[in-house]
Write a protein that binds this ligand. Structure first.
Ligand SMILES: [Zn+2]
Length: 241
């Protein structure tokens, strides 16, 4: 889950707008209907559910913590959002700083010199989430992390077409075409006329060297949607092999 993209609370399908009376910060805040939380800064707030379209909360909410060490994600502490920019003395290392992290904990304010020290404290308080947090925070583990969340989403709702679709694409990125094949087969059982799913099933079969079967899938993709240009290209390429 890299930061800075459009995959934030501001564009999430699970948000709702707030009434004037409900607003706690300013005109941009919004409300998360999955986690029942006010989201103060939706343009810079993230969680896995944006991607999985799963209605059950998955992993922590986090924000984009911009600080001296560079970009670093900051998880919320329960219902509290860490705030970047306060000055004070670090709870972990006791060093004085001019711009750090502030968090409300049991009605008291704690201050941290850096994202690193905030996360160190947070991990102590949230031992169950340490593993998943390390994965979310590690861009090199992004695909595996998202596959984990998509699998969870599919367990919760086996008909989550979006999760099946994205999981299938991620496994294709990783060269795991047997799993990709299964994802798109499942989508086709749910939506037999889904042209894109037929094309992607064909692509997985082609990569697994089942060329005749792949051709049949591309044909089915075109039957469902004659304007599917990817299926057209894929079919032509195989026909002239
Ligand atoms: Zn510190």
């Amino acid at each position: 889950m890299p930061n800075g993209g459009s995959d934030c609370c501001a564009t999430c399908i699970f948000k709702r707008k707030l009434d004037k009376e409900e607003r706690i910060e300013n005109w941009i805040d919004t409300y998360c209907t999955i986690r029942n939380e006010h989201i103060i800064n939706p343009g810079y707030t993230y969680c896995a559910n944006w991607h999985t379209r799963c209605r059950v909360a998955q992993g922590p909410i986090f924000i984009y913590g911009i600080y001296s060490e560079g970009d670093y994600r900051l998880p919320w502490h329960n219902k509290n959002m860490p705030v970047v920019g306060a000055d004070g003395k670090c709870f972990i290392c006791n060093v004085k700083f001019e711009e750090g992290i502030e968090i409300k904990d049991k009605e008291k304010i704690k201050l941290f010199c850096s994202c690193k020290h905030y996360v160190e404290w947070w991990k102590d308080i949230h031992p169950d989430e340490v593993l998943i947090w390390d994965c979310i925070n590690d861009d090199s583990a992004w695909q595996e992390t998202m596959i984990f969340f998509y699998n969870e989403a599919i367990k919760i709702n086996p008909k989550n077409l979006h999760a099946l679709f994205e999981k299938g694409l991620l496994h294709a990125d990783l060269g795991q075409f047997e799993i990709t094949l299964k994802c798109f087969e499942k989508i086709i059982t749910l939506e037999p006329e889904n042209s894109i799913a037929w094309n992607n099933k064909g692509y997985a079969l082609e990569k697994l060297n089942f060329l005749e079967e792949a051709i049949n899938c591309y044909k089915k993709a075109l039957k469902s949607n004659p304007n599917n240009s990817n299926a057209r290209k894929n079919l032509n390429k195989l026909r002239f092999k």
